[in-house]
Design a protein around this ligand. Structure first.
Ligand SMILES: Cc1cc2nc3c(=O)[nH]c(=O)nc-3n(C[C@H](O)[C@H](O)[C@H](O)COP(=O)(O)O)c2cc1C
Length: 209
């Protein structure tokens, strides 16, 4: 096989141990192995040829260890593993993805709950909707996803400051934890009010706004 890569020019990064019957240097099987994103893929120097396997384990390079040299190590790349794990725990989601708001409740209760049930965060498109319509969305989503995940949009409305304030009032009254703040060119009292709600002083006293 003509190869662009030579096992001799790549420094080993570790030692692989496992069943040698699971190692392949067949180009078709290498391609196949690289396409399985859910499993790790270890690139090995096996009998002076580039080979791959998803079995076995990798150990750090060590003078005492003997085994097959690891040239590269591709971690499992399933959708759950993209992004930062902190996003998953913080938002209680399975996948580190968020569907942004679409105004006028285009991203409505059905979308937010469907994605929430699938383990993804979606934001209700609160921009341009009346307070009554927003409250309906809040009630429905909280009923259908009592433990989340969900978010609501807080869109800056410079021409209708009362609408922006009303949205924050509804979010705080209904214990909405996650908002997607959009279109703010600078901080406004409304967005700050949402952010500092529940802040307490070091002595435990509630922060008085
Ligand atoms: C029809 C439509 C309405 C949108 N409305 C809002 C909105 O009200 N607030 C907001 O923050 N983003 C809004 N967006 C932006 C989306 O939330 C999203 O950030 C954007 O579409 C980029 O994602 P994409 O590349 O997957 O489309 C809207 C997008 C679309 C297509």
């Amino acid at each position: 096989m003509h190869s662009l890569f030579s096992t001799r020019t790549i420094e080993p990064t570790g030692i692989w141990k496992g069943p040698e019957s699971e190692i392949t240097s067949d180009p078709g099987q290498i391609l196949e192995a690289l396409r399985i994103l859910e499993k790790p893929c270890f690139i090995l120097n096996y009998q002076d040829q580039i080979a791959v396997t998803s079995s076995g384990k990798i150990y750090p390079l060590n003078e005492k260890e003997t085994g097959i040299s690891v040239l590269a190590n591709l971690r499992s790349q399933s959708p759950e593993n993209f992004g930062t794990p902190g996003f998953l725990t913080h938002h209680g989601v399975k996948f580190p993805y968020m569907a942004g708001s679409m105004a006028n409740a285009i991203s409505n209760e059905s979308l937010v709950t469907a994605l929430g049930n699938a383990g993804m965060l979606a934001s209700f498109g609160a921009g341009g909707v009346s307070p009554d319509r927003l409250l309906k969305g809040i009630n429905t989503i909280k009923t259908q996803l009592p433990d989340g995940p969900y978010a609501f949009n807080l869109i800056h409305s410079p021409n209708e400051p009362l609408l922006e304030q009303k949205a924050v009032d509804l979010y705080l009254e209904n214990q909405i934890q996650t908002i997607e703040a959009s279109a703010f060119l600078r901080l406004t009292p409304t967005v700050v009010e949402f952010r500092v709600a529940g802040l307490s002083q070091a002595d435990g006293k509630e922060y008085a706004a």
